[in-house]
Design a protein around this ligand. Structure first.
Ligand code: XMP
Length: 517
């Protein structure tokens, strides 16, 4: 693989994705990993990420000469570029000129190297205070900016190079090309990592892991668990049984759709387990969001344990040959749970499954090394229906965290009706792919006065929360066409009796979160 050494920037994942966009497999490792361990992974090349520190700051992650002398090609970005310069005898200084955001870079001298094919003057995205003022000996300077006299350098022979700017962000005009030039032309790598290869590789791995045993999978109806199930099904066929917990907090038609899509379209056995009574009773009287989330999480675990028993009965035998559980864990979860120190707990997230810790299963996690868009590509290739593959995110706790106030069957049915209208209209307008997701929220504790058919009403507001986002970590409110908003508002207030007002949430994240609870 190409290893991306993470110097603590939020950019490491982005870099790994860009390398994969070049059809080369990449993985992220923390900068605290010792050099021997990094080299023991047999990297085809190494990319050093940016980071928040100054190379001079006390405790700043230091470079290790052995890494650069190992013969493995290394590309440094921002902080990684400075670390490389400093370690190899160049000079890094605080020039007093900070550059942040769009910056003009100029290619210097004759050396083009990995900047080949890009214009002499180009727009790059910067974020730095320190600058490399002198390249290490043996290196050729390739570009400069006003604040960074040495903004790119290379040592072709040793296959070492780097840039001060961030080629991984889209705001750098030729970023992808520069990265690919380095990987293909300087490092000499070949683009062999494709969706088809990933499927073949995973299928083989699953077969090896599972053998003749039975496998179960908890479906949520979402992209990840569906694609994971499809991969396992391709590998071991009917040894796989999926179950789907209906927690009563689903949207209109969701359960029926899941049953139909998997059984009919994908040929996967699904056992639905109706647990709506359990969840709705557990939510009785609760209004605090964290209390609600915790109650839902707890009931998931209980239902899961019950489901296990039901599946044993369903599949026959004593259950001893059911050894494996499929999980749709994605690469960002793996990276984040490895490196997330001291992150504030904003919300108690949990996925469908919210699984007990003492599970007597071995996990099958075929998506562990993949990003969401790669999972989607694999799903498409496996024939997972487009409406599942392209599905917008829907939280595990479902409508339970979209009824603000107490969750009751009545509140749920009001919200379900409003949500169905909003979703249908969004789809009809052809905007499903442009909008990341559109939570529809019922404010059950708020009432306002309205007038309908000459009479006074005293109903509840519905909030529309359409957002655009790339990864749900940050988001902006979507500028939906007014006509569409008018249509949704009209229909909801006409068709859902308890609702007499529809409002639009125009808050970005941060400061708001996407969901209201
Ligand atoms: P927030 O509200 O934190 O949501 O901005 C970010 C993304 O995560 C989804 N979400 C959840 N997904 N279990 C999940 O599987 C959860 O408990 C959960 N809470 C929020 C949310 O829909 C958005 O896509």
């Amino acid at each position: 693989p190409v290893l991306v050494v993470d110097y603590g920037a939020q950019y490491a994942q982005l870099i790994a994705r860009r390398v994969r966009d070049a059809n080369i497999y990449s993985e992220i490792v923390p900068h605290t990993m010792p050099t021997e361990q990094i080299l023991a992974k047999n990297p085809a090349a190494i990319v050093l990420s940016g980071g928040p520190s100054s190379v001079y700051a006390e405790g700043a992650p230091a470079g290790d000469r052995r890494l650069y002398e190992s013969g493995v090609p290394v590309f440094g970005i921002c902080y990684g570029f400075q670390v490389m310069a400093q370690t190899l005898g160049g000079n890094v200084a605080h020039t007093g000129l900070r550059e942040y955001g769009a910056t003009d870079a100029t290619l210097t001298g004759n050396g083009v190297s990995f900047l080949a094919g890009t214009p002499v003057a180009q727009n790059v995205w910067m974020s730095h205070g320190d600058s490399v003022t002198e390249a290490p000996s043996g290196f050729e300077v390739l570009a400069s900016t006003e604040g960074a006299p040495v903004a790119a350098f290379v040592n072709e022979e040793k296959k070492l190079g780097g840039v001060q700017w961030h080629p991984e962000v889209k705001h750098s005009d030729f970023g992808q090309q520069i990265l690919e030039n380095f990987l293909f032309n300087v490092a000499g790598l070949k683009p062999t990592w494709t969706t088809g290869n990933v499927i073949d590789e995973q299928v083989e791995k699953i077969r090896e892991q599972v053998g003749d045993a039975k496998v179960i999978c908890a479906l949520s109806g979402g992209v990840d668990s569906s694609v994971a199930a499809a991969l396992v099904h391709k590998a071991v066929g009917d040894q796989l049984t999926c179950f789907f917990i209906d927690h009563g907090l689903l949207r209109d038609g969701e359960r029926e759709q899941v049953e139909q899509d998997y059984a009919e379209t994908m040929g996967i056995k699904v056992v639905t387990i109706d647990e709506s009574d359990r969840f709705v009773s557990a939510l009785e009287g609760l209004t605090d969001p964290e209390d609600k989330r915790k109650a839902i999480g707890r009931e998931f675990i209980r239902s899961f344990e019950d489901a296990q028993r039901k599946l044993v009965a369903e599949l026959g035998g004593n259950g001893e040959d059911i050894k494996f559980l499929v999980q749709g864990t994605l690469y960002p979860d793996v990276v984040e749970s490895g490196g997330g120190e001291g992150a504030a707990n904003i919300k108690s997230h949990h996925n469908v499954g919210g699984l007990p810790e003492d599970l007597a299963f071995d996990l099958v996690e075929p998506l562990r090394t993949l990003f969401k868009d790669e999972v989607r590509a694999i799903g498409r290739k496996l024939g997972v229906p487009e409406k599942i593959v392209a599905r917008q995110p829907f939280p595990g706790p479902g409508l339970g965290i979209r009824v603000i106030g107490e969750v009751t069957r009545e509140n749920l049915s009001v919200l379900r009706a409003a949500d169905a209208i909003a979703r249908a209209e969004l789809t009809k307008a052809g905007l499903d792919n442009e909008v990341w997701q559109m939570p529809v929220v019922l404010l059950s504790q708020v009432r306002s006065v309205g007038v309908q058919g000459d009479g006074r009403t005293y109903g509840h507001p519905i909030v529309l929360r359409p957002v655009s986002s790339e990864d749900a970590m940050t988001a902006d409110w979507s500028r939906l066409p007014y006509d569409l908003l008018a249509k949704i508002s009209n229909r909801i207030t006409n068709e859902v009796q308890e609702v007499n007002r529809v409002v639009l949430d125009v808050t970005s994240k941060p400061p708001g979160t996407i969901e209201w609870e």
